[in-house]
Design a protein around this ligand. Structure first.
Ligand SMILES: *[C@@H]1O[C@H](CO)[C@@H](O)[C@H](O)[C@H]1NC(C)=O
Ligand SMILES: *[C@@H]1O[C@H](CO)[C@@H](O)[C@H](O)[C@H]1NC(C)=O
Length: 692
C-alpha cells in the first residue's frame, strides 16, 4: 500500500481510493503542505501528482519573499529566510525620501504586511516604482515612455504587471507586481477590500451614466458576465458553496442603483449558460432564482476545464449585443468575472478569446477602451494556475483584478465582508449663498438629520442661507429646514492668543424639510451612545455609553476610514503636537498644542503606525464627513472631519506624510448636543434612543 501520510500533518480522502477521489493534506497554521496540497486518484490507480517513495509529503513553515532587494537603503535583520511573524525594518540612505512601510511583518498567508518600501530621489516624471519583495527589476530611468520590467525569483510567480511604462501623467501603467509562492494567498479581508474598491468604481460610474441626461435603454449600460468553473466540483458540496458565493456577490451588486444586464455561465467540458444576456427582458430576470434552479449534474459532466470555451461564449454574446444595440453599444461598460483554478485541460489557453474581447471593446471605444472593460479573475482552491489567471485579468493602476483565495469558504467570506463597503454612506451637500458655493460632506443619522461640521456655515447662515441642497446620491435634492451649530462653536474665540481659527465643538445638525427614504445604499450611519450603536456592536441593552467607548474606541487616536486599521496607532500627544505647525512662528512660544486641539478632538495622520501605516488623509471639501469604524454590517461614526494641518490633496491618491495631521470632533464628547435634537420625542420623525 502506498504511503499517503504527510510529515507533520494529516490527510483526508474524499472517496477512499476510488477513481477521482481527492487526497487533501492539512497542516497547522503557519505551515503548508509540500510539494502539493492535493492529489487525485486516477483510473490507473495512481495518484496525480505522483507520490514519491523516497520523499513523503511534509508540512513546511510558511515563508515570505526575499525583502533584501530594497535599494538605496538598509534592511534589518538580514536573514536567509523570513518566516511568519519575522519583522523587518527599512531605512533610506541620506538624501532619499522614504515611501511605503518602514516596518513589515511576514504574515500567515505568506505576504509581507504594509506596502513596498521605496527610497526615492527621482526627479523624473514618474516616481521610483520600487522593487517588490522577491522580484528583480530592470530599468532605472523613470521618464516618459521609460520602461521597467520585473521578474520573480525562482519558485515565485509574478502577479500583476511584469512591465510598466511611465506615462505623461506621472503614473506608471498597469499595477505593481507581487511575487507569490504557491503557498501565498490573499485573505478574504484583503480581497473584499480590493475588490469592493475596484467594482464600486465600475458600479458608481454606471450609476452616473444612468442618471445622465441621455438615458440609455434600461439596463443598457452595464453588462456583467460571470463565468464559474465547475470542473472542481467533483463533490456536490463544492458546487453548492460556489452557488452560494455567487448569490452573495449578486446581492451586493444589487445594492447599487443600477440595473445591470447579466450573463451567468458555468463551464467544465462544456459551457452551460444559466442566464443569457441576449434573452429579452434579461434585466428583469431573477438571477438568484435561476441559480437556485440550476442543479448539480454529477461528477462525470465536470471532468474537463475549458476556459477558452467560456470566453468564446462571452465573446459571442458580446458580438450579438453589439449588433443589436448598434450606436449605444459604445457606452456599455463590460465587467467579466471569472472563478476558476485556471488549470485548463482542454480548449487551450483563453488568451486569444480574451484578446478578441479587448479588441471588440477597443473597436467601438477607441483610446479609452480600458475604462469600459474590467476582467476580474478569482483563483480559488488548493491548486491554481496563477499565471493563466493573472494574464487574463485587467491591469490598472491601484486596482487589483486577480485574487487568489485558499478555498471556496474564503470566497463566501469575501463577499460577506464586502457588505457595508458598498453602501454609499457619504452625503454631499452644497451650500449656495449669494453666488458663492462651498461644499462640505455630512452623514445621514436618521430620516431627517444630517450631521456635519459647524464651520461649513457662517453663523448667520441659518437665516441668510438661500438654499442648501442635500444631494443624496442623485437628485432628489432635499430642502433644508434649519441648521443648528453647537452653541459653543466659535471660530474666533482664541484670536487673542494667536490662534487664528479655533475649531472646538465643530459640529452641526441640518434638519431637512422632509424625510429621506432609506434604500439599500441610503442608510443612516450609527452614532455613539445610542441603543442602535449597542445593537450594531453586539452589546446588551443595558450597555452604557462608556461600554461602547471601551469596546470600540478605547484609546483610539487614529482611525483610518477602513476597518482593518483601527486601534491606537500612536500616542495622541505626538499627534496633536503637529497642530502647532498652523501657528505663526512668533506665536509658537505662547500657544500650546492643547490650546488648539482640546480633548474633544480625535487625531489621525502621520506615518508612525506600528507597521509604518499611514492613515487615509482628509481633503478640503471632506469637512463634515464621517470618521467611522466598521462593525459587522454597520458603520459607526466616531468623529466628524474638522480640519487638518496640511492640504495634500492636489494629487490623486494623496498619502499622509510625517507631519500631516487631521483633527476630528469626537462624537462621544458631544452627545448632549446630539441628544437634544435627535433624541427628542413627540416630533414627526422617529427619535434615536440615547443611553447613559
Ligand atoms: C491531526 O489530527 C489530530 C487528531 O485529529 C490532531 O490532534 C492534530 O492537531 C492534527 N494535526 C494537524 C497538523 O492538522
Ligand atoms: C523568525 O521566525 C522563526 C520561526 O518562527 C524563528 O525561529 C526566528 O527566531 C525568527 N527570527 C527572528 C529574528 O525573529
Amino acid at each position: 500500500q502506498q504511503n499517503l501520510s504527510i510529515v507533520g500533518g494529516n490527510y483526508t480522502l474524499s472517496d477512499g481510493t476510488n477513481p477521482n477521489s481527492l487526497l487533501t493534506y492539512s497542516c497547522l497554521e503557519g505551515y503548508y503542505p509540500f510539494p502539493t496540497q492535493m492529489r487525485q486518484c486516477q483510473r490507473s490507480g495512481r495518484w496525480y501528482p505522483p507520490l514519491k517513495k523516497s520523499k513523503p509529503a511534509e508540512c513546511l513553515m510558511v515563508t515570505c519573499p526575499d525583502p533584501l532587494v530594497f535599494e538605496y537603503g538598509s534592511v534589518s535583520p538580514i536573514q536567509m529566510m523570513y518566516y511568519v511573524n519575522n519583522e523587518t525594518t527599512y531605512k533610506c540612505f541620506d538624501g532619499y525620501k522614504f515611501v511605503g512601510s518602514k516596518t513589515r511583518v511576514c504574515q500567515l498567508n505568506g505576504k509581507w504586511s504594509g506596502n513596498t518600501p521605496i527610497c526615492d530621489q527621482s526627479s523624473a516624471v514618474c516616481p521610483d516604482p520600487g522593487i517588490p519583495a522577491g522580484s528583480r527589476r530592470t530599468g532605472r530611468h523613470f521618464d516618459i515612455d521609460d520602461k521597467v520590467a520585473y521578474r520573480c525569483d525562482n519558485g515565485l510567480i509574478l502577479i500583476g504587471s511584469a512591465e510598466r511604462v511611465c506615462q505623461e501623467s506621472g503614473e506608471w501603467t498597469g499595477i505593481e507586481p507581487a511575487c507569490y509562492y504557491k503557498h501565498t494567498y490573499d485573505t478574504p479581508q484583503e480581497v473584499a477590500k480590493a475588490f469592493s474598491k475596484a467594482i464600486s468604481s465600475d458600479l458608481d460610474l454606471a450609476v452616473l451614466d444612468e442618471s445622465s441626461k441621455i438615458r440609455l435603454e434600461q439596463g443598457g449600460n452595464l453588462h456583467i458576465y460571470i463565468a464559474i468553473d465547475k470542473s472542481d466540483s467533483v463533490e456536490e458540496e463544492n458546487f453548492i458553496n460556489s452557488k452560494n458565493a455567487m448569490k452573495k456577490l449578486i446581492e451586493k451588486i444589487s445594492f447599487f442603483e443600477v440595473t445591470p444586464k447579466y450573463e451567468l455561465l458555468f463551464f467544465a467540458t462544456k459551457v452551460k449558460e444559466v442566464v443569457k444576456i441576449t434573452d429579452p427582458g434579461n434585466e428583469n430576470v431573477d438571477i438568484i432564482q435561476e441559480l437556485d434552479n440550476y442543479k448539480y449534474s454529477g461528477p462525470e459532466d465536470n471532468s474537463g476545464t475549458n476556459i477558452a470555451q467560456a470566453f468564446h461564449t462571452i465573446l459571442e454574446r458580446m458580438s450579438i449585443v453589439k449588433e443589436r444595440q448598434k450606436a449605444t453599444f459604445k457606452d456599455v461598460r463590460h465587467v467579466i468575472i471569472l472563478f476558476s483554478d485556471g488549470i485548463a485541460n482542454m480548449g487551450g489557453s483563453a488568451d486569444d478569446n480574451v484578446a478578441k474581447i479587448k479588441y471588440l471593446v477597443e473597436s467601438v471605444r477607441g483610446k479609452d477602451w480600458e475604462d469600459y472593460l474590467d476582467i476580474y479573475t478569482f483563483g480559488v482552491g488548493p491548486e491554481i494556475n496563477e499565471d493563466a489567471l493573472n494574464s487574463i485579468a485587467s491591469k490598472k493602476p491601484d486596482e487589483r483584478h486577480f485574487y487568489k483565495l485558499k478555498d471556496i469558504k474564503s470566497l463566501e467570506q469575501t463577499f460577506d465582508e464586502m457588505i457595508g463597503k458598498l453602501y454609499g454612506i457619504y452625503l454631499f451637500f452644497l451650500c449656495q449663498r449669494e453666488g458663492k458655493e462651498s461644499t462640505c460632506i455630512g452623514s445621514l443619522v436618521n430620516t431627517r438629520f444630517v450631521l456635519t461640521a459647524a464651520h461649513c456655515f457662517t453663523l448667520d447662515d441659518t437665516e441668510k442661507l438661500h438654499r442648501i441642497i442635500v444631494e443624496i446620491h442623485n437628485p432628489p435634492a432635499y430642502k433644508v429646514k434649519s441648521v443648528r451649530p453647537h452653541k459653543n462653536y466659535n471660530n474666533q474665540a482664541k484670536k487673542d492668543l494667536g490662534i487664528p481659527e479655533f475649531y472646538d465643538y465643530d459640529v452641526a445638525l441640518i434638519e431637512l424639510e422632509k424625510d429621506v427614504t432609506f434604500s439599500a445604499n441610503i442608510r443612516p450611519i450609527c452614532i455613539p451612545c445610542t441603543k442602535e450603536a449597542s445593537h450594531a456592536l453586539g452589546l446588551p441593552d443595558t450597555a452604557t455609553c462608556k461600554d461602547q467607548g471601551e469596546v470600540h474606541i478605547s484609546c483610539i487616536y487614529i482611525i483610518a476610514y477602513e476597518e482593518d486599521d483601527t486601534g491606537p496607532l500612536f500616542c495622541r500627544d505626538n499627534c496633536i503636537e503637529d497642530a502647532l505647525e498652523t501657528i505663526k512662528i512668533e506665536d509658537r512660544g505662547k500657544v500650546k498644542a492643547k490650546d488648539i486641539v482640546t480633548d474633544n478632538f480625535l487625531c489621525t495622520g502621520g506615518i508612525d503606525g506600528p507597521q509604518g501605516q499611514t492613515d487615509d488623509i482628509s481633503c478640503k471639501g471632506e469637512s463634515g464627513g464621517a470618521l467611522f469604524v466598521q462593525k459587522k454590517r454597520r458603520l459607526i461614526q466616531v468623529g466628524i472631519i474638522s480640519w487638518g494641518v496640511k492640504n495634500l490633496c492636489q494629487v490623486d491618491n494623496p498619502k499622509s506624510d510625517e507631519k500631516s495631521r487631521d483633527f476630528h470632533i469626537n462624537l462621544f464628547r458631544v452627545t448632549d448636543f446630539l441628544k437634544e435634537r435627535l433624541g427628542k420625542t413627540g416630533e414627526t420623525y422617529a427619535p434615536l434612543t440615547f443611553i447613559k
